[in-house]
Design a protein around this ligand. Sequence first.
Ligand code: SF4
Ligand code: SF4
Length: 209
Amino acid sequence: MFGVVPGIRKSMHHREEPKPREFSGLVADIFSLAKPHLNIVDAVVGMDGAGPSAGDPKELGFIMAGSDGVAVDAAAAHLLGMDPFKVPTTAIAHRRGLGQGDIKKIELAGDVPAVRSDFRWPSLWRYSLVPSSLARAGARLFWIRPVIDPVKCVNCGACVESCPVSALSPAERTPAFNYRLCINCLCCQEICPAHAVFQRKSLLAGLLR
Ligand code: SF4
Ligand code: SF4
């Protein structure tokens, strides 16, 4: 569900809630606002270990679907050999009444595959050692924001018109940003005919990338 957040605003949310448990609450907030009618999991090939890219691909050979996204997530965790309530997003969403996370109350239909026991789960314990306030303070050093190259900009105003939150206003040489309003959607970068909008990263963001 984090995919419904536009552009690099995702990185802002990671910055606001850098710890997994609090971040899972934020994902549940998003789910409560944009609940899909149908949830499909492509589990033909899965991945274990540390996501989103550091794990190992593993053949699973199934596809899941259901109208209750929390139940689909719970069933996926169960089929990979984990207690669904140990997945923070599922536990929080179930507790808030956003769906059914109790595997005993979920009916699995169709060709139900055998429960796997060979999946490594990502470890969260390192994060739990860092106090939330410290994690947030460190995360403030991580930012990415759009910037206009004055050499390329022809001051056509297209970015000002495209900005959904009026974070850009006309100015003499190039439009000016109000970063307090900017939601990092990058519409301005997409629309610019002169390719004058680029992303500036903080030192920490640059290093991590
Ligand atoms: S769209 Fe590009 S060229 Fe036009 S004003 Fe904005 S930054 Fe400048
Ligand atoms: S200035 Fe506007 S269009 Fe550009 S990234 Fe920010 S919110 Fe999006």
